[in-house]
Design a protein around this ligand. Sequence first.
Ligand code: C5P
Length: 310
Amino acid sequence: MSASQAMTDQVRVRAPGKVNLALRVGAVREDGYHPLATVFQALSIFDELGAHPAAPGRYGIRIAGDQAHLVPADDSNLAVRAARLLADRHGGEARYGVDLQIRKTIPVTGGMAGGSANAAAALVACAALWGIDINPDEMRELGAELGADVPFCLLGSTALGHGRGDDLVPVLSRGGYHWVLALPDVELSTPAVFRRFDEMNPDADPTPPPVPPGLLEGLASGDVRRVAENLANDLEPAALSLRPHLAELLDAGRDAGALAGIVSGSGPTCAFLTANEDAAVRLSGVLSGLGLCRQVRRACGPVPGARQVA
Ligand code: C5P
């Protein structure tokens, strides 16, 4: 730590959830991961993380907010693992300490990378708190050790992902996109959805299919209808097979005026793309009234990745 990088009192970081505009999946690899071709968009649903100084060797965590009881508040939490990993690579875990506080709004086990967002936020916050000088590429490499979606939660905006989804290239995207998110009253485990994908696709190619070219063209020109026509999720049949009533929710959103509806990532959150903000307000009203899900939220994308706010 240099003299100009003195430890600060407390750091707050906001990190976004994501939706996969396209998620193309290849056959499972020997390491248990699936090769992906995916387009991520970061959405304005944020978890906030506070990092407070603590005695060297102490790594504490408290969780508050929506579904907090579903998140482990111990060393297995991905944010704690992120803090320990950063410390380990920059002088050792015994040299630093931190008390983390997370306020959840991203759905837990919802297919929106909530845990990965918390890990991304912890890396950004602890680097600032401890005065560690780390460049964005190095931080994304650390993030990839924690989980496949963590590098995107750091990068944000819109990006094409290959490999496990952690090999990222920014994508040209014009305009803003208005989403309605339906949060069902069930959870879905990401590994379970990938396993069901394997059962349903025994002949999957080792190379994932490419993302639809029309999606990238639609994003580049800011054409929301073109984007909507080209949304694609290879995990959706697997998620629907594990949670059949999601099909009813998707149909309801489409019938109520969404341009398109998809399962977000491995689900169970269903994401509906709408023509504009007014359409999103109307759709969220209709979906809320149907009582098919636990909560309905509106969100815009793209937004930046994990950023310090105080
Ligand atoms: O990397 P992360 O821990 O977020 O991944 C959670 C699980 O999702 C993995 O253990 C794996 O079962 C599945 N996964 C996968 N292929 C990917 C990304 C995730 O099979 N590209």
